[in-house]
Design a protein around this ligand. Structure first.
Ligand code: ZN
Length: 192
């Protein structure tokens, strides 16, 4: 039985590295994975998943209005696909998460999604909300705060390194940085 997996974490926990490792494992066994990433993330050029340790693979891009069931059905007709890997899955819409459940349930292809659980305000992303609700398997990828505790929150800082407590959920093309911290240091950074 194919299943849907949600691998979630704060920033810099090696999500893309884990995704690329899975892709490699499938290919090593002669199987064909297909990779998607959000069109919103153009840090490394269009249509690529790159990890901080230097691995890289081409990826299909999804926009807010991409019908993932339709796209994956067409790709699978062209050539049998054994696995769907989705990076930056926090940017999926509710409808797209549903389409991915159909990929699992109707096409019988496993779907592995990798992304953030919450934004810099501690709120769930839309994609993460429905992946937490509907995925078969939830897997936390851990990273640590500067104090050594598990980091489960993300701070957005401005150019001076000051934590920001308001703004859009997605910062496109800004100079802001993101730091993963434990909940206690998140509260301290925001002066709570
Ligand atoms: Zn801490």
């Amino acid at each position: 039985m194919a299943q849907m997996y949600f691998y979630y974490s704060a920033m810099n926990a090696g999500k893309s590295t884990t995704l690329l490792q899975s892709s490699f494992n499938y290919q090593e066994r002669g199987m064909t994975p297909v990779i998607f990433t959000a069109a919103i993330d153009d840090r490394f050029g269009v249509g690529k998943v790159s990890s901080r340790i230097g691995l890289e693979e081409d990826a299909h891009l999804f926009q807010q209005d991409t019908d993932l069931l339709e796209v994956i059905t067409a790709l699978n007709r062209e050539q049998k696909r054994h696995c769907v890997l989705v990076d930056e899955c926090q940017f999926l819409t509710r409808q797209q998460v549903y389409q991915l459940t159909e990929v699992v349930d109707k096409l019988g292809i496993p779907v592995l999604c990798y992304g953030l659980r919450t934004d810099f305000l501690g709120e769930l992303f839309e994609g993460s909300q429905y992946l937490l609700s509907w995925a078969d398997k939830l897997v936390e990828l851990k990273t640590i705060c500067h104090c050594g505790r598990k980091a489960n929150m993300v701070i957005r800082t401005d150019e001076q390194g000051q934590a920001i407590s308001e703004g859009d959920q997605v910062d496109i093309g800004g100079n802001d940085r993101y730091v993963s911290v434990c909940r206690q240091h998140y509260k301290e950074a925001l002066g709570r």
